[in-house]
Design a protein around this ligand. Structure first.
Ligand SMILES: Cc1cc2nc3c(=O)[nH]c(=O)nc-3n(C[C@H](O)[C@H](O)[C@H](O)COP(=O)(O)OP(=O)(O)OC[C@H]3O[C@@H](n4cnc5c(N)ncnc54)[C@H](O)[C@@H]3O)c2cc1C
Length: 423
């Protein structure tokens, strides 16, 4: 049955906000549906966040993790893409406002605007910290590190001031993956690039406020992670809270001052700030509460998906973590549900297929915890991590690029993308 058109002969409009895993997943599932899809994102590319740290450390080049959004809907005659920033959403009027586009109304809205960094009010963090949530963040961090080493090479006095030290904040996946990758860049590449710098002059310290790293993982994984970081000379400080940041120093609540000209922030996320203007009661971390079909209960034509949504797992009754697979599956479910509604079919509740929680610490060193509690560590976990993340990449071309870069780095330690390009 074909969907009814309105008085102007128009199909129902599905407005997809955000071209991340969730938004693109929704658009793809509407490919054969009688709807007009409009995808709006402030960037003209889809960002593959899980590999941002590999861009930041020169392992991957930008196009390996940023894919043109238009390309992702090339084969969808019912989809159009606009690059613009969403500025306001009027749920009652079913209307979205943008920086430049004329306002757009919708029949269905897919809200997939993701999350953004939360500095928890730490003094100096917004100005001086390096978060790692966007492609621009990753390039900024890479350029800063490369420029700092070159500056220290020209003026060795900078080294005594801690210029080459890096503090990474956050003992979750982002912090640990970044600290591990930076350590491999330092010890695998910079030792050859800058042979006069000793390891003691370029330290990487991981600071975590809680009593241990990876609190979501089982003890064997935590123990493995500590060893893997120690092997890479990453110094770990747990139970320490960052209080203030300046361009050259990091002050901890305990009073300790760390000399470091780079602080990477991997300590917290919150839902996109636009959620605060919706007039909804929000869940923890500024996320939108949804029903079992991923709709906002007070506005059932609006689906909140991905990082911006607090989705309760039917199996465990827990709110699902902000992960790529949750975002992709929830976006796809929203797309499927809208397609079924438009076709006059019954809809089904969202069921998450857990692929395990995983993180990589460095070459051949990763950890995986499956839903039933089974754990994997080391090379086997690295393989599982690679398989799951390759599957999440949007196209085969992206997968091929990542495999070539990983194979090259695995064999040679080489980081071809460690150049800075002035624009
Ligand atoms: C450093 C890092 C490492 C990660 N590692 C892993 C991992 O190993 N495995 C894993 O499964 N997950 C990982 N994640 C989490 C995963 O990347 C996210 O859960 C996922 O990207 C969420 O998808 P999303 O579509 O909800 O949001 P996003 O991917 O953030 O997409 C949101 C989109 O909305 C757009 N947008 C935002 N605001 C506006 C606006 N005002 N106007 C227009 N457009 C806007 C953005 O440009 C973006 O394209 C990681 C995340 C980070 C940051």
């Amino acid at each position: 049955m074909s969907a009814p058109r309105d008085r102007n002969g128009r199909h129902p409009r599905v407005l997809v906000l955000g071209g991340g895993f969730a938004g693109i997943g929704a658009a793809h599932k509407l490919k054969t549906s009688d709807v007009d899809i409009v995808v709006v994102d402030k960037h003209d590319y889809h960002t593959f966040q899980p590999l941002l740290y590999q861009v930041a450390t020169g392992l991957l080049e930008q196009p390996a993790v940023g894919h043109p959004i238009r390309d992702l809907v090339h084969r969808q005659a019912n989809a159009r893409v606009h690059q613009d920033a969403v500025t306001a959403i009027d749920l009652d009027a079913r209307e979205v406002h943008f920086s430049e586009l004329e306002p757009l109304t919708y029949d269905y809205l897919v809200f997939g605007l993701g999350a953004e960094v939360n500095f928890f009010g730490v003094a100096g963090a917004p100005e001086h910290a390096f978060p790692l949530y966007t492609l621009a963040d990753a390039v900024r961090l890479k350029d800063h590190v490369l420029k700092t080493w070159e500056a220290a090479d020209r003026r060795p006095a900078l080294i005594d001031d801690g210029a080459l030290n890096i503090v990474v904040v956050g003992g979750g996946a982002t912090g640990i993956e970044t600290a591990g990758a930076l350590a491999e860049l330092y010890h695998g590449v910079f030792t050859k690039d800058y042979p006069d710098v000793t390891p003691e002059q370029a330290r990487i310290t991981l600071v975590e406020a809680g009593p241990e790293l990876f609190p979501m993982f089982k003890p064997d994984i935590r123990a493995y992670t500590e060893k893997a970081l120690a092997k890479r000379s990453v110094e770990v400080m747990t139970g320490e809270v960052v209080e203030a940041i300046t361009p050259q120093r990091v002050t901890l609540k305990s009073g300790t001052e760390l000399k470091a000209h780079t602080l990477v922030w991997g300590a917290g996320l919150q839902g996109n700030q636009l959620v605060q203007s919706l007039g909804l009661e929000l869940e923890r971390g500024n996320r939108i509460g949804v029903d079992e079909e991923l709709r906002i209960p007070s506005h059932p034509e609006v689906y909140a998906v991905g990082d911006v949504a607090a989705i309760t797992d039917q199996k465990t009754d827990q709110v699902l973590p902000q992960l790529g697979s949750v975002a992709l599956q929830s976006g796809e479910h929203a797309g499927e549900t809208i397609a079924r509604q438009v076709a006059g079919k019954e809809t089904k509740p969202f069921k998450y297929r857990d692929k395990g929680t995983m993180a990589t610490i460095g070459r051949g060193s990763a950890v995986v915890q499956m839903l039933g509690g089974r754990t994997m560590k080391g090379k086997a976990a690295s393989l599982a991590w690679g398989t799951v993340h390759l599957a999440l990449l949007p196209t085969n071309e992206d997968r091929a690029k990542a495999v070539v870069a990983w194979a090259g780095a695995g064999l040679t330690h080489q980081r071809e993308a460690r150049i800075t390009v002035e624009t």
